[in-house]
Ligand binder design. Structure first.
Ligand SMILES: [Zn+2]
Length: 138
């Protein structure tokens, strides 16, 4: 799993926002609640594009209920290390139904759209963060 120390090494101080880009999501992928633009790390563009394609191709657009953000400089919930949101390589979706520490309410199929595209899912952690997906490697 990607650690904040590795992010700090590769991307530097999150405040500098060195690797951040405004990704203009291709029109063909702007379906349901998929955003038109995402402010994210440039390393997120390809995996996120693939995840969105998977969601559409697998007929799961209706399961993506809310887009709850990507870039956000903050500490991990209940920890001292920085969240990977600080470098724009994590996203949250369907937050209202997948609270931190709660049993995730997300189908295996939706989770797989992201894990197949190169993401780790927070819902499988010992303290589940079901809304959360982050790059599995940087
Ligand atoms: Zn998150």
């Amino acid at each position: 799993m990607v650690k904040s120390s590795a992010c700090l090494k590769k991307y530097g101080d999150p405040e500098l926002q060195k690797n951040m880009v405004v990704w203009d999501v291709p029109t063909a992928l702007e379906i349901g609640v998929i955003p038109k633009k995402v402010y994210c790390n440039q390393d997120m563009v390809k995996p996120l594009e693939q995840a969105f394609k998977n969601i559409i191709n697998r007929g799961l657009v209706g399961e993506l209920k809310t887009w709850d953000g990507c870039f956000n400089i903050r500490k991990k919930r209940g920890a001292v290390s920085m969240s990977l949101h600080s470098w724009g390589i994590a996203i949250d979706i369907n937050a209202a139904w997948n609270g931190f520490g709660k049993k995730p309410a997300m189908t295996k199929e939706l989770v797989k759209c992201f894990t197949d595209a190169g993401f780790d899912w927070g819902g499988s952690w010992s303290r589940p963060d079901g809304m959360h997906f982050q790059l599995s490697k940087i």
